[in-house]
Structures are given as C-alpha cells and as structure tokens.
Design a protein around this ligand. Structure first.
Ligand SMILES: C[S@@+](CC[C@H](N)C(=O)[O-])C[C@H]1O[C@@H](n2cnc3c(N)ncnc32)[C@H](O)[C@@H]1O
Length: 203
C-alpha cells in the first residue's frame, strides 16, 4: 500500500470510529500501556517529547500528566482536531516534515504499517536528542497470535494491515541509526513491547 493510501485509511478509521472501536480487552490493554509508559518515562531524564502518529492522544495525555512538555503530530486531520478539542498541542504534520528535535521521541503503532520502516527510523532518529521509545505488538508471542486469530474471526477487516516485524528487526534498525536498546518492557503477557532506545553518543 502506498503511503498516501495509508494516510487516507487512517483518516477514514478515525472519522468513522464510534466509541473509538475499542473492545473491552482493548481498553484494558490501553490502560496497562498508559501505566507502563508513565513508569518508563519517569525514569528517564527528559523535559520535552513528541508523540509521532499520536492518533487520539492516549499517550500524549500520559506524557502531559507526568509533566513532560509534550506535543503530538499526526497525518490525520480528524485525529488532530479530536486532540485539539481536548486541549492537547497537536499539529497535522508528517514525521518526514518535522524539523524540531526533542529529548524523547515516542511512537506507538506506526512502524509496523510500513514495509520500508527503516526510512521512518531515520526520521525518528533525526528528531531525537536522547531517547526514542516505540511501542509494538510482538507477533512472536503466543497470546498475540491467539488474539490476532480471534480478531480475524470476530472482527474481520476491522484493523489496519500490520507487517509482523520481529523485535530484533526494530532493535537492529535503530542500532544501525545510532540508537542502542536500553530497555525492553512487556505488557499483557509480553504480547506488547515498549522498546527504549538511547542515542549512542550519550552512553
Ligand atoms: C496505529 S495509529 C496509532 C495512534 C496512537 N499512537 C495510538 O497508539 O493510539 C497510527 C497513526 O499514525 C499516523 N501516521 C501515519 N503515518 C504518519 C506519518 N508519516 N507521520 C505522522 N503520522 C502518521 C496515522 O494517521 C495514525 O493516526
């Protein structure tokens, strides 16, 4: 799928979503992810952050609550409008066009949608002064396989296509761009991972 088609699909997803299309399990997972993100970021020395592909702002809310000076960018107008109405500092912008640099660059659910995800790693690295955190589904874990199978049976075609890159693919790609893995933290029987990368020069 071409990038502009992907952006159109996200726009449709956000503008058609009633109650955000989140299942009960999805809400539970979201809560656990928010708690984990807060715990991880509190341990890092960062004062400002950007959430790339912030969607409806679930992670941005967390960053702001723990007093990080956080902004978000997203390709979708609907998502941006939704966040702005709730007082979040979000701009309609592509990662590729972001010029500023931040102590922490965070992104949840972005890279797995791009076959050429390494190009996006380049951009995440370019705008990060110290840390990058990505949140990714781990397709190698049995609970994830089971949930994806159930989802394909119960809600076929509801989710955007994801490539099943391995965690080691992400770790290698970031290392090739000068960011070393500092911490991996699993959520929900390790089905979902937070990968924390640190810029090589400050090690
Ligand atoms: C899976 S959603 C993740 C939303 C949010 N991070 C979350 O976890 O709820 C991916 C988001 O990335 C946005 N996006 C896709 N490509 C982008 C790009 N190149 N730059 C900025 N945002 C992008 C989409 O519009 C979509 O809202």
């Amino acid at each position: 799928m071409k990038n502009h088609e992907l952006h159109d699909n996200w726009e449709k997803t956000w503008s058609n979503s009633s109650n955000h299309n989140i299942t009960v399990l999805g809400r539970y997972l979201l809560r656990r992810k928010q708690q984990t993100l807060a715990r991880i970021v509190k341990r890092l020395k960062v004062s400002n952050a950007i959430d790339v592909g912030c969607g409806l702002g679930y992670s941005l809310e967390v960053l702001s609550k723990i007093r990080i000076d956080a902004v978000g960018i997203d390709a979708s107008n609907t998502a941006v409008e939704y966040c702005r109405k709730r007082g979040m500092r979000v701009t309609r912008k592509l990662l590729e066009d972001e010029k500023k640099r931040y102590d922490l660059v965070f992104s949840d659910g972005l890279l797995e949608h791009f076959l050429n995800f390494s190009d996006y790693v380049t951009h995440l690295g370019r705008i990060s002064k110290k840390y990058i955190i990505i949140a990714q589904t781990d397709h190698e874990v049995p609970i994830t396989r089971l949930l994806l199978l159930l989802e394909s049976l119960i809600r076929p075609g509801m989710n955007m296509y994801e490539y099943n890159f391995r965690m080691k693919d992400y770790i290698t790609a970031f290392a090739n761009h000068g960011f070393n893995i500092k911490l991996t933290e699993g959520v929900f029987f390790n089905g979902f991972k937070f990968l924390v990368f640190e810029r090589e020069e400050i090690l």
